[in-house]
Ligand binder design. Structure first.
Ligand code: AMP
Ligand code: MG
Length: 306
């Protein structure tokens, strides 16, 4: 039977999450996508730093000075994050939560944090303050009032898990986007891949069984005294990145593309290229954001599914 294209869109982890699948029947598409969205919801309940009762937030409260066992999913994401932190000397660092909170406050108030508050938040951040035990599948934090933040990695991982769910339901030809993360399964029928429109690549991109992620200072930022501070924290300063930068990463899966794109934005050019040597098969591009005459970024968008 011929395959039809079905599209769904729901909000997950605070962003539009479109899923496109090819299926023989509508009921099959609906059932599979429902399962995929439920999988993402379950991950959000574990990994959100916005929900007071998420597994992540309970961990931050309970793991100070003692080992706390966590779910396999949370452990895997923390493990990947910690490996990347070690490889990049903390350019990627999920312990930046206290600094992310200050950035959110600055966005609300239009003011930078004062020096004492900033140094207090910096003292509670730093990947060396988080220990992981593979044997116990457990986490221990070294300081009070730490805050873990998986905003730079969890969406890519959620896309990977949702794609696996669709495959389990017999739909391998699928595409998922969560904000800057796009993850593709098998190609649509009679096509070389899923065509992704990217403003800076004129012919678009054909993606299959792989991921492309975009990070940088174009989507979320606060401008204070003429300086733009992006939502990505430079752990060296404790403040949002001020470089007008756009990082794009292609990788085999979403968790890799997502975490490396955030890292590439922090590292900038040419350091970010080092990531290609650390992760096999990964392509990293970092460019300056270009603006048109009305201040809109020309090359900034996340990419569109077509
Ligand atoms: P992304 O949009 O994937 O680049 O992720 C940005 C999000 O990652 C931010 O909103 C924070 O939640 C988190 N984040 C900010 N700075 C860092 C950093 N240096 N390392 C890891 N995660 C970060
Ligand atoms: Mg990311």
């Amino acid at each position: 039977m011929g395959l039809q294209r079905y599209e769904f869109n729901q909000i997950r982890m605070g962003v539009d999450t479109p899923i496109v699948v090819y299926a023989a029947r509508e009921e099959q598409a609906v059932r599979a996508c429902r399962a995929a969205y439920s999988r993402i919801t379950a991950l959000e309940e574990r990994m959100s730093d916005y929900r007071a009762d998420s597994e992540l937030n309970l961990l931050c409260q309970r793991a100070v000075g003692r080992w706390v066992k966590v779910s396999p999913e949370l452990f895997y994401v923390l493990w990947r994050a910690q490996k990347l932190a070690q490889q990049t000397d903390g350019a990627f660092d999920v312990t930046v939560g206290p600094l992310v909170r200050l950035w959110r406050e600055a966005r609300r108030t239009g003011k930078l944090p004062d020096t004492a508050i900033l140094s207090d938040a910096k003292a509670r951040s730093g990947y060396r303050l988080m220990e992981l035990s593979l044997r116990r599948r457990a986490v221990r934090l070294k300081t009070e009032r730490m805050q873990l933040d998986l905003g730079g990695i969890a969406k890519g991982y959620a896309c990977d898990c949702a794609l696996r769910e669709l495959r389990k339901h017999g739909l391998p030809r699928a595409l998922i986007q969560m904000g800057g993360e796009i993850v593709a399964g098998d190609a649509p029928p009679n096509a070389p891949g899923w065509k992704i429109d990217l403003p800076d690549s004129p012919h678009g991109l054909f993606l299959k069984n792989g991921a492309v992620s975009t990070s940088g200072s174009t989507e979320q930022y606060v401008e204070i005294d003429g300086v733009r501070y992006a939502h990505i924290i430079d752990p060296r300063t404790g403040l949002g990145l001020t470089q007008l930068i756009l990082a794009r990463v292609r990788a085999r899966d979403g968790i890799t593309a997502d975490s490396l794109a955030t890292t590439a934005a922090v590292l900038g050019d040419p350091d970010a290229k080092r990531l290609e040597r650390l992760y096999k098969g990964v392509q990293v591009t970092v460019s300056q954001v270009c603006f048109n005459h009305s201040g809109q970024p020309l090359n900034g968008s996340h990419g569109r599914l077509t």
